[in-house]
Write a protein that binds this ligand. Structure first.
Ligand SMILES: *[C@@H]1O[C@H](CO)[C@@H](O)[C@H](O)[C@H]1NC(C)=O
Ligand SMILES: *[C@@H]1O[C@H](CO)[C@@H](O)[C@H](O)[C@H]1NC(C)=O
Ligand SMILES: *[C@@H]1O[C@H](CO)[C@@H](O)[C@H](O)[C@H]1NC(C)=O
Length: 404
């Protein structure tokens, strides 16, 4: 018999209005489940006749607290250790079911919230918290993890997550070790076959900080158009949005870097050892993309002595290109300036980012940081906050650009 505590069965039965549906389900199945279940609870084998036939979709619903839930019956929600929060069908049969999990647990349910123990309360101690995202065999190919809230300790002055860290294992794509402040960021992870993916968050009491985290994990079916292309750790679908490096933030990292001669300089907020794609889905009717520094004057501080340049000349200042960028940089394929002149290189670093455009598809900005921020003199870097704007196709050129 089908088990309604198995989300993979749900997944197969789901009628998802978002267009990534597998097989249609009707309330008939659920009625039967509930009746069988209630019968077995009473120790009876009697099959109760149906009271009525009602259909509803297991669509995404909003719980009373404003979280994402799935519309299911009361029993299904109980069996999946969910929290019923409000009704999601007019007849009152459907309950909006919230799936919340914490350290040491796992889930294969779509729209699972994984949060630190006793969230939204914070914690400040040594800990190691593991969570497992299970794949539904043959159904889920990726998961999107939204960092609704993510506060861990800053990296050391060289950008390494030595005290606190989030490590993802089992994903087909390369996921960097992440720490610091990352609320509002997201990542895509890719299931390898039917294997699960594990998130491990470790914290060290050597840093006195009130931490907490709360993630929303969305599973993406293999036939779903919202799958991120290969190589994209982050994926944006809007016409325009702002993308930031991990741990981008306004406060200076309290950690310092000490040179061999014992001089100390302010540490970086950029995370070391990253190399990933930030991809943008090209919207129909749009042929090019503009990348620009966010309005804030220090929103592109990637290499060099940021602290010194800010004091001496003010920021933004010192855009660097091409061969000058060997340690930490961003890459945009075939970029040109607003006057149409080619940049003649695809690498950007330094402390200023001049607005550029590209027609190269897919739209992707690759970001690279090296293992060590000491040797490359990366003083007080924040990383980057760049705003992209897709550019509408224009006249005949549009056709050329689309096919070219
Ligand atoms: C995943 O599981 C499904 C169903 O159990 C099976 O058909 C498929 O071969 C498995 N895929 C891999 C790569 O192991
Ligand atoms: C999971 O839920 C989202 C909406 O939050 C939906 O777009 C997606 O298709 C669902 N995934 C699966 C595998 O049903
Ligand atoms: C210490 O070393 C750094 C890096 O090599 C150098 O920039 C700095 O000028 C040195 N400071 C002193 C006081 O020698």
């Amino acid at each position: 018999m089908l088990s309604y505590s198995n989300p993979c069965i749900w997944g197969l039965l789901l009628l998802v209005s978002a267009g990534c549906a597998q097989v249609e389900n009707t309330i008939e199945d659920y009625d039967r489940f509930e009746e069988e279940d209630e019968a077995s609870e009473r120790g009876s084998r009697q099959y109760f006749p149906k009271i009525g036939l009602v259909r509803f979709e297991n669509s995404v619903c909003t719980t009373q607290e404003g979280y994402m839930g799935t519309c299911v019956t009361k029993k299904q929600c109980e069996y999946s250790d969910g929290l019923q929060s409000g009704s999601c069908t007019t007849n009152g049969i459907g309950r909006c079911c919230l799936i919340q999990r914490t350290c040491g647990e796992s889930s294969a349910f779509n729209n699972t919230y994984f949060s630190s123990t006793n969230y939204p309360n914070t914690f400040n101690e040594d800990s190691s918290c593991t969570f497992t995202i299970e794949a539904c065999p043959g159904n889920s190919c990726q998961a999107r993890i939204d960092f609704l809230s993510f506060t861990l300790a800053q990296p050391d002055g060289n950008g390494n997550c030595v005290d606190d860290s989030m490590v993802v294992t089992g994903s087909g794509g390369n996921v960097p070790v992440i720490c610091g402040e990352n609320s509002g960021q997201h990542i895509y992870v890719t299931f390898v076959g039917n294997n699960s993916i594990t998130i491990t968050i470790s914290t060290s009491s050597s840093v006195d900080l009130q931490r907490s985290f709360n993630f929303l994990i969305t599973q993406i079916a293999c036939d779903c158009p919202t799958l991120a292309p290969a190589g994209c750790l982050q994926y944006y679908t809007d016409l325009s949005n702002t993308v930031r490096s991990f741990n981008y933030g306004s406060q200076i990292n309290g950690a310092v870097v000490t040179y061999v001669n014992a001089t100390t300089v302010a540490g970086t907020r950029q995370l070391a050892n990253t190399n990933y794609g930030i991809c943008v889905n090209m919207v129909a009717g749009y042929c090019a993309i503009q990348w620009a520094q966010s309005s804030d004057s220090t929103s592109f501080t990637v290499t060099g002595n940021t602290a010194l340049i800010e004091v001496v000349t003010g920021l933004p200042n010192d855009p660097l290109y091409g061969a000058a960028c060997t340690t930490d940089f961003v890459v945009i394929a075939n970029p040109y300036f607003s006057n149409g002149v080619s940049v003649n290189t695809d690498r950007f670093c330094g402390n200023e980012f001049d607005t550029v455009y590209t027609n190269s598809k897919p739209f992707v900005l690759t970001t690279v940081t090296d293992a060590d921020e000491l040797g490359s003199d990366d003083v007080a870097n924040r990383g980057f906050s760049l705003t992209y704007t897709q550019q509408a196709c224009r006249g005949n050129n549009a056709l050329l650009q689309l096919t070219g």
